[in-house]
Design a protein around this ligand. Structure first.
Ligand code: AHG
Ligand code: MN
Ligand code: MN
Length: 339
């Protein structure tokens, strides 16, 4: 007998949670897992193949694209094209939404927003990177050409979301709104195996993750919170530890397991925040909330925001519930000043 449950077995079992589902979402999740395995394979041999370094191109946000950014983007787009369940894709690496209008996609029900490779600056130094995805049901009728409105939906409308972290092992973590489960890739059999059932994020933590190089440009409420984290108080186990990976996937995955908070506030060069709503904030907020945590801009719930453009950026504060609420408390003191 196999001593663990594979992702495919788990997905098949969970399909009964959605009485009207015809298996498309299950197929889509399996397509994502397959593309994730291909990216994982490439990441693991990155030092010995010609996949490290810059692709010598910029994305629409003016950021340098890495070869692995483009490779991962291509793997996921191809998986969605071949699978036939996706009508439209939004990717960090593509300026415009991609409409899939091949025969297979004619009756596709879903739209996907993705960050094919999160933490690109970590690629060349052998640190953790990841993939983030968010799945919506399209609003337009099948057989109609989808429009951008099919994807510009608030995070509360996500039908599933997840991330794949390519770290010391490769893990896929996802939710369909009924809790969060994590699967570790066993490379010897090429299967994601259920390793972290019913993940729940501790209500408190002792680790904060923020790019402190931007400290002097942060809103006063965030500055005050950082000072609070650093202050000695044994009753709340302070001072906290500071850890910042340069890849929010790595920081948030740590928070999921050990408790903690990730902040990307507005700063000098990113007045509205840096992290993208559609394919970074929304999927991770859905997962963190499903695990019992919280995600906020400091003033409102991330998942309630109605996006107005596909590459929209926001301020995000995400992680253990009590830690996020503490930041909100500090930020509210300066609400009038910030508005
Ligand atoms: P990406 O590599 O997909 O562009 O995302 C990087 C994001 C996030 O994952 C990370 O925490 C943050 O940008 C790092 O930004 P700074 O270098 O400005 O701290
Ligand atoms: Mn990213
Ligand atoms: Mn990216």
């Amino acid at each position: 007998m196999i001593p663990f449950k594979t992702l495919s077995q788990f997905i098949a079992e969970k399909q009964s949670d959605f009485p009207y589902a015809k298996g498309e979402l299950s197929r889509l999740l399996r397509d994502i897992a397959l593309a994730g395995k291909l990216v994982s394979r490439e990441v693991n041999k990155a030092g010995i193949t010609d996949i490290l370094g810059d692709a010598n191109t910029d994305n629409v946000q003016g950021e340098k694209q890495k070869k692995l950014d483009l490779f991962a983007n291509e793997q996921f787009i191809q998986a969605f094209k071949r699978g036939g369940d996706v009508a439209m894709i939004v990717s960090e690496e593509n300026e415009h939404e991609i409409v899939l209008d091949n025969d297979l996609a004619m009756d596709a029900n879903y739209t996907v927003a993705m960050d094919p490779l999160d933490g690109s600056s970590n690629i060349d130094v052998n640190a953790a990177v990841g993939t983030i995805f968010s799945i919506y049901r399209r609003i337009s009728h099948i057989n109609e050409k989808p429009t951008v409105e099919d994807i510009l939906q608030p995070g509360t409308e996500q039908v599933a979301a997840g991330y794949i972290i390519y770290g010391t092992s490769t893990m896929l973590v996802y939710t369909t709104g009924k809790g969060v489960n994590g699967f570790t890739l066993d490379p010897s059999i090429g299967e994601f195996c259920l390793s972290h059932p019913n993940m729940s994020i501790p209500e408190n933590g002792q680790i904060y993750s923020v790019n402190e190089g931007n400290y002097i440009y942060f809103p006063q409420g965030v500055k005050d919170y950082i000072k609070y984290c650093q202050m000695y108080d044994p009753s709340t186990k302070r001072p906290y530890n500071s850890r910042y990976a340069g890849s929010m996937i790595a920081d948030i995955h740590r928070s999921m397991l050990k408790g903690g908070i990730f902040l990307y506030p507005s700063s000098w060069d990113h007045k509205e925040g840096k992290i993208r709503l559609m394919y970074e904030c929304n999927p991770l907020s859905f997962i963190v909330e499903q695990a019992g945590g919280k995600a906020s801009t400091g003033y409102r719930r991330v998942l309630d925001i109605q996006p107005d453009k596909i590459h929209q950026r926001i301020t995000i504060i995400i992680g253990s519930k009590n830690m996020v609420e503490k930041v909100e408390e500090f930020m509210h003191k300066y609400k009038e000043i910030n508005l």
